[in-house]
Design a protein around this ligand. Structure first.
Ligand code: FE2
Length: 312
């Protein structure tokens, strides 16, 4: 497996000067874009005539994938819809780092493709780090085969608090009402039962939830495997959400994932991470099965506006 190929860049063709011509171009080149994505894991489209959330919606629509709606997802991030299929990437405050993760790998349903659109880049920071998880899996297997075996055998469980009403101070502040798509506590319990999760109501009608075990490794179509989970994001970024100080992620058998293990994974992931400054109008397409992403903190007067669309 080569480690060199990663982000494949597609520059604007001189004929692509209207959103309509871009859509035609996508329709004609979809197969080659998909095979490039399969090879590289991520594709960057620069300087296309895509300026607004609506243009971006049309760009994504040209691929004719099924939309993965935020509303129906079990995503824990607070986002704001701009069109039916386009929403803000995450409303977490700018100083908050969102660590590497596969989108919604902590839930039973997750998107295959993630489209990002940089409507406005921040002045400093705000990059979307990318890390190939198939490469990370291979490195981990090489470094500690027993650890990989443990992840493969047990999977992982996630512990989190779903707040009563949206909470805007973290990257995981979506309310239990919206996350579960219900209104009452009774409906919440039915939904959680269906999902196979366990839960406790805690102070303030907040909900402490433990998922069932989810696979931590995913087999890809090319036969390789990826380290497909939210182990880094949860252990490094999610706050410990209860008086008992319960870890946000554990092995599926309930065993703690030690700090030294997190450090090994984190260091390896760092060595494989690509960090690139956003430019206005960039569109980034990533294969969520193969590539992890995150969000670096940002600053400066210019507002960072990165929109996202998820599809399967
Ligand atoms: Fe994400």
């Amino acid at each position: 497996m080569t480690r060199k190929t990663f982000l494949h860049e597609v520059r604007r063709d001189k004929d692509l000067i209207t959103p309509g011509s871009t859509q035609n171009w996508i329709e004609k080149n979809k197969i080659s874009i998909e095979s490039q994505l399969e090879e590289h894991g991520a594709i960057l489209f620069s300087d296309l005539p895509v300026k607004s959330a609506e243009d971006f919606d049309h760009f994504v629509s040209a691929f004719q994938y099924d939309t993965f709606t935020y509303e129906e997802s079990l995503s824990n991030a607070v986002r704001i819809n701009k069109t039916d299929k386009v929403f803000t990437a995450n409303e977490a405050p700018k100083e908050v780092e969102i660590f590497l993760h596969h989108e919604m790998a902590q839930t039973p349903i997750y998107p295959k493709y993630i489209f990002f659109f940089c409507k406005s880049a921040s002045l400093h920071g705000g990059e979307t780090p990318l890390c190939r998880s198939d490469h990370l899996y291979a490195e981990l297997l090489n470094e500690d085969p027993n650890l990989i075996m443990k992840f493969e055998e047990n999977g992982v469980i996630y512990n989190s608090v779903m707040s009563n009403g949206d909470e805007m101070v973290s990257g995981q502040g979506r309310s239990w009402q919206k996350t579960l798509g219900i209104k009452s506590k009774q409906e919440a319990e039915i939904r959680l039962n269906d999902l196979g999760y366990t839960w406790n109501w805690i102070e303030g009608d907040n909900l402490f939830v433990t998922t069932k075990p989810f696979a931590a490794i995913k087999e890809l179509e090319d036969g390789n495997k990826s380290f497909f989970n939210q182990v880094l994001a949860a252990s490094l970024g999610w706050k410990k959400n209860s008086k008992e100080d319960i870890s946000p992620v554990k092995f599926g058998n309930g065993e703690e994932i030690s700090e030294s293990i997190i450090q090994i994974i984190s260091e390896l992931a760092k060595s494989l991470t690509l960090l690139r400054q956003w430019e206005d109008k960039d569109i980034l397409l990533i294969d969520n099965y193969r590539v992890m992403h995150g969000r670096k903190p940002f600053s400066g007067e210019k507002n960072r506006e990165v929109l996202v669309s998820l599809t399967t």
